[in-house]
Design a protein around this ligand. Structure first.
Ligand code: FPP
Length: 244
């Protein structure tokens, strides 16, 4: 089979966002359109994630945060949850060596409590193996919810006896799962939905948002390029005004 040529995409005139976060939505609809079970959409979504990681490395994105499984997703049909857990485990088994060789450093955002012990072990192993890599930080939000993250931070601060006088935004950021990392510059949501769905609600306060009708399995390298170009057309003021 002939290898498909990658279209050259020139980002030289543009500023590449340092941190991109993605709500990978639309796997189920992608599958339904093809008369396939929802889990086939998640499998296609996992394959696409590989393409997007490669594109982030190619484009020079330093941090990619993906919403893989929310605290609310446990409420989906049991067969779908089981299928998703299988996909996460398989991706870790099959992709870890390549991700490590590529210089990807994996971080987990969320709570592993309640996750099947075998999968917890695979996640911990992946974090350990890749911890010194620095080409791309890949934050995987898995069993994650933004409100739960803030509650977790509050509990930790109370346990550490943080005094109200010492409480600052900077300090709260240091208690979040993303501690030490800059906030996302750009949050992308696929599949046409215009919701934040409890994703990075603290960290994305000043992020630019980009929504595209493409279902996640169809959101490839060229679509990511278009999102970066669109980001460059935004005027980020962080609540300030532009100098005349
Ligand atoms: C949303 O689509 C997607 C998810 C809840 C799961 C995201 C998971 C993947 C992309 C699989 C691979 C991930 C990793 C980390 C290996 P949806 O099911 O809500 O789609 P719908 O809105 O069309 O129903």
């Amino acid at each position: 089979m002939a290898l498909r040529q990658k279209k050259p995409l020139d980002l030289t005139p543009y500023k590449v966002p340092e941190h991109i976060a993605i709500i990978m939505d639309g796997n189920g609809r992608w599958a339904r359109r093809r008369g396939l079970p929802r889990v086939a959409g998640h499998r296609a979504g996992a394959e696409n994630l590989r393409r997007i990681i490669n594109a982030c490395v190619e484009f020079g994105v330093k941090i990619l945060t993906i919403y893989a499984f929310s605290t609310e997703n446990w409420g989906r049909p049991e067969s779908e949850v089981r299928g998703l857990m299988k996909i996460f485990a398989r991706v870790l088994d099959q992709e870890l060596d390549d991700l490590h060789a590529q210089g990807v450093c994996l971080h987990h955002l969320g709570d592993l409590t309640g996750v099947e012990p075998g999968l917890q072990e695979k996640v911990r192993n992946a974090l350990e193996v890749t911890k010194n890599n620095d080409r791309l930080i890949l934050n995987v939000a898995f069993n994650y919810g933004g409100r739960a993250e803030i509650l977790h931070a509050m509990r930790q601060m109370l346990a550490d006896n943080v005094s109200p006088d010492d409480l600052t935004e900077e300090l709260v950021s240091r208690y979040l799962f993303t501690r030490g990392l800059p906030d996302p510059d750009l949050v992308i949501r696929t599949s046409g939905e215009l919701r934040i769905s409890n994703f990075l609600i603290w960290q994305a306060a000043y992020s630019e948002y980009y929504a595209t009708p493409a279902y996640w399995p169809d959101f490839g390298r060229e679509e990511l390029y278009e999102a970066i170009v669109a980001f460059n057309q935004r005027d980020r003021r962080f609540g300030l005004v532009n100098q005349e």
